[in-house]
Design a protein around this ligand. Structure first.
Ligand SMILES: [Zn+2]
Length: 320
């Protein structure tokens, strides 16, 4: 059955199936968890199940409603996200949504609104959405998707039924990658560095990401000309979606170098296959500089709202 095709989220699926069976559907749900664990896939599956003509607590995939949702053509299922060139969901998008959900669903029993990256609702948009959460229209379900409930206004969170999505296991990520045709050894390597996120595992399979990592790692050891550092920082800052995966790789590598300096065994490293190269690199860098770099990478990773100037931070890291 289609819900069963979602891997590694048995608890959220159990809650949702129970909700569908009982017919007691919450008007606002908040799916929270790191990127790449199945929140969006589950939200779409729920929107299908609510409108499926099959009449079970799942969706059939073949009825007219399921076919329309699969192609994004169902008039009662809407999705909102930050515009491609923007970082925030603005109040205009929420007002437009509110105008379009005044009337009853057109075709199915339920209207479903998926708000992706809800942590990017700006304050005005979030406050505007509160009105809808307080007085939801009939037969309407709002599904907010966020990396963490803590990044939303408490007044928004308190009006939603919260469903937490856990990081995926390495085994689950390997299974999903292999299902997508990735060779087993490549899938295993990406899963080992994915920290529970299929999204991150897929980024790690992108050859250019590893190229950037290798260049960045070499720049950590040997000081480079300022022009080269500025150019690298500018290039990386232009692709902010790749940065989390890149910074995790870098942090693991720096941490491994520090452990190597203290005589750690290969099995204690994130990169056990590169123990010799790490030891060689660790001998070339002063301990204080290494500690400073680790602190700087942590600071870049901890910036949840991207308010920190990423390019400036990267320049500072590369020039340190
Ligand atoms: Zn169906």
């Amino acid at each position: 059955m289609p819900f069963d095709a979602i891997i590694g989220q048995s608890r959220p699926l159990m809650i949702l199936k129970r909700m569908l069976h009982s017919g007691n559907v919450a008007h606002a749900l908040l799916f929270s968890g790191i990127a790449g664990v199945g929140k969006h896939t589950t939200a779409r599956a729920l929107s299908r199940a609510l409108n499926c003509a099959g009449g079970s607590a799942d969706f059939c995939g073949v009825c007219p409603s399921c076919k329309k949702t699969a192609t994004g053509m169902h008039p009662d299922i809407m999705e909102i996200a930050p515009p491609p060139d923007k970082h925030v969901i603005k109040i205009d998008q929420i007002r437009s949504l509110q105008n379009s959900i005044i009337y009853a669903p057109v075709e199915g029993p339920w209207r479903v609104v998926i708000i992706d990256q809800a942590e990017r609702l700006n304050k005005e948009a979030a406050n505007c959405l509160l009105k809808t959460l307080e007085e939801p229209p009939q037969a309407t379900v709002l599904i907010l998707i966020a990396s963490s409930a803590a990044r939303l206004l408490p007044t928004v969170v308190s009006r939603c039924q919260k469903i937490a999505f856990a990081p995926l296991s390495g085994h689950d990520i390997r299974t999903l990658l292999e299902r997508a045709g990735i060779p087993a050894d490549t899938a295993a390597r990406a899963a080992a560095h994915a920290h529970g996120s299929l999204h991150r595992a897929r980024q790690l399979l992108d050859g250019s990401l590893l190229e950037d990592f290798n260049r960045l790692a070499s720049m950590m050891i040997a000081r480079r000309a300022a022009d080269e550092c500025f150019e690298m920082a500018a290039t990386l800052a232009k692709a902010p979606d790749r940065l989390p995966a890149l910074l995790i790789l870098l942090l693991e590598w720096l941490r491994d170098m520090r452990l190597c300096r203290h005589g750690a065994h290969a099995e204690q490293l994130f990169n056990p296959g590169q123990a010799d190269a790490l030891m060689h690199a660790a001998r070339q860098i002063e301990p204080l500089r290494l500690n400073r770099q680790i602190a700087q990478v942590c600071r870049l990773m901890d910036d949840p709202q991207r308010t920190y100037n990423m390019q400036l931070g990267l320049e500072s890291l590369l020039l340190s």
